[in-house]
Design a protein. Structure first.
Length: 149
């Protein structure tokens, strides 16, 4: 968290502090410092705060601008047929179709052992608690249907 530059316009700086600030600004303005030294110093002196500052965009602390999507992955044991997978996914699709809060869902059956359903929500329910509620209901329904995980 070392600053890129120290402002020297403060009246309470002593002459010694002004000289030190000028020296600091001279060093930190050089390309070799920016390219080679600063990344190492940031890691060494920054700790976990460095990761937070680098990974969280300014002003976006825990904001979500993306669309809320629930991804449901399904796996079946070896030896399962594609028809069995299709039947299981069809029953889950019928269950999902009963919710008016779901705008759309897309199903992908990759093979007899793997499938996925991506669930998209209406604007009204997207940022409500419904996606979390549905997640728990889908888990319960999957346990009820059995056969897969």
């Amino acid at each position: 968290m070392l600053p890129d530059k120290i402002e020297t316009e403060y009246k309470d700086f002593s002459p010694f502090m002004l000289r030190m600030a000028d020296k600091y600004n001279t060093i930190t303005s050089k390309e070799i410092y920016k390219d080679k030294i600063k990344p190492v110093l940031d890691k060494g002196l920054g700790g976990t705060l460095r990761l937070f500052v680098q990974k969280v965009y300014e002003g976006s602390y825990f904001t979500r601008n993306e669309e809320t999507i629930l991804h449901v992955s399904t796996s079946m044991p070896t030896g399962t047929t594609i028809e069995q997978m299709n039947h299981l996914i069809g029953r889950m699709e019928a269950y999902l179709s009963t919710y008016k809060e779901i705008r759309q869902f897309q199903t992908y059956i990759y093979n007899a052992q793997q499938a996925e359903i991506n669930i998209y929500f209406t604007k009204d329910s997207e940022y409500s608690g419904f996606p979390y509620l549905l997640k728990n209901r889908v888990i319960s329904k999957a346990l009820e249907l059995g056969g897969g995980s």
